[in-house]
Design a binder for this molecule. Structure first.
Ligand SMILES: [Fe+2]
Length: 251
């Protein structure tokens, strides 16, 4: 088992294709005024209305984008998100409607660049095609007297074709270690605690399962949090049939 070591060569498509997952850092800057503004949009997330308070406290927003095979990123109306109980034993079989991503996010430089890098990587592995992307902005909080499980459902797949987990920031917290498993294998293929902005773990959601450990405040702190941007990839048989088409494009 590989522990806390990035994929040789980082986020390489050949490694991703061969193993079903890859880990590394996106080749994008994560500094300067624009980045700070983008990362600060995690301050604008709202409490997850579907979550009990007992195991996790998290804020979120959700957006959908149609990533056309020609490279166009078309934002979509509508923020409904559905997983079956088979896929998500904690929150499955209910239609969840989340608050949308803000206009500031949609207009930022970083949002489309992160999506483009991620889509390019998946297209190298899966072949160039149209994808419906589900994009989750999530902040998970932990208090001194109570840790917080970023994924209360435990080890799981999410019912998509691919999933990318981008770390945006972490603040005064420890834990939040991601693991990836081949389906039906008990031993993890890989384990990593991401610490750098735009560090990314990407995986085939059909071949692999994943989980993430509890976060807790660090020794010096009463509270802490961890910010992620998770991108779900869903296959699109016919772009004309995708709900919420806007026929506009992110720049
Ligand atoms: Fe997940």
């Amino acid at each position: 088992m590989l522990i806390d070591r990035s994929t040789p060569g980082g986020l390489r498509a050949d490694y991703f294709a061969q193993h079903g997952w890859a880990h590394g850092r996106l080749r994008l800057p994560a500094e300067g005024h624009d980045w700070k503004q983008f990362a600060a949009s995690w301050d604008e997330l709202v409490p997850d209305a579907y979550l009990g308070q007992e195991r996790c406290r998290r804020n979120r927003r959700f957006g959908r984008v149609l990533a056309h095979r020609d490279g166009t990123l078309e934002p979509l109306h509508g923020t409904e998100f559905f997983q079956s109980k088979e896929i998500n034993r904690a929150f499955g079989d209910q239609l969840r409607v989340f608050e949308p991503l803000t206009e500031t996010v949609l207009a930022s430089n970083h949002f489309p660049r992160i999506l483009r890098e991620t889509v390019d990587l998946v297209n190298e592995v899966a072949g160039k095609q149209d994808w419906e992307l589900g994009i989750h902005f999530i902040r998970v909080f932990a208090d001194a007297d109570r840790g917080s499980e970023p994924a209360p459902e435990g080890r799981h797949s999410d019912g998509h074709a691919y999933v990318a987990i981008h770390l945006i920031d972490r603040h005064q917290c420890v834990g939040g270690r991601n693991q990836v498993f081949r389906n039906n294998e008990s031993q993890a293929q890989y384990s990593v605690t991401m610490t750098e902005p735009l560090e990314t773990l990407i995986l085939s959601d059909t071949a692999m399962e994943h989980d993430v450990s509890e976060i807790r405040p660090d020794e010096l702190s009463e509270s802490g949090w961890r910010d992620t941007m998770i991108v779900d990839f869903n296959t699109v048989p016919d772009p004309a049939g995708v709900a919420g088409r806007t026929h506009s494009s992110l720049q």
